[in-house]
Design a protein around this ligand. Sequence first.
Ligand SMILES: Cc1cc2nc3c(=O)[nH]c(=O)nc-3n(C[C@H](O)[C@H](O)[C@H](O)COP(=O)(O)O)c2cc1C
Length: 173
Amino acid sequence: MKKDSVIFKRRSIRAYDSSKKVSKEQIVDMLDAAMHAPTAMNTQPWEFMVATDPEAVAKIMKIHPYCQSLKEAGAAVVVCANLDKEFRTPSGGYAIYDCSAATQNLLLRAAELGLGTCWCGIAPEKELMGAFRKAFSMPENIEPMALVIVGYPAENPQISPRYDESKVHWQKW
Ligand SMILES: Cc1cc2nc3c(=O)[nH]c(=O)nc-3n(C[C@H](O)[C@H](O)[C@H](O)COP(=O)(O)O)c2cc1C
């Protein structure tokens, strides 16, 4: 099997080169990719908070316990759900899935651009979600879902095979 897709090359990056800064154009490119993700009923219920100013970056680092590499990376995107736009059924809401698809698109596009990322969870941790909301004065209808650190990688983690036939159930379980 040919593994030429960026899907097979992306890894979470936790060491960044602080001498290089991610540009606004690169961030817009990644957000464009994020907004091309599939969504339930094509609701596209996302909003993105971009942090590139040192003050905004510092605020995030104060809130999130597992994002210390953000200091060197210098940029982050908080993927948020706009609950007013979410597709809902009596069984529940779909925004978490829509925003996760957007987040993955963002990671893959960053990898294509030669950038490193690390997806740091926010939802479903209520305290963390509340802390982001408060720190960035997000309105009630906005739920922060995922924090994506973006920067120039200063490490190149090994990629090991992951295909596992035991997790695949052909025709029947
Ligand atoms: C929902 C979610 C939450 C995550 N939260 C964190 C986190 O808080 N800190 C972190 O360093 N990595 C976090 N990760 C990254 C995972 O640790 C990483 O994807 C996993 O170890 C597999 O490694 P890979 O991304 O290099 O394939 C998260 C990933 C997902 C999907």
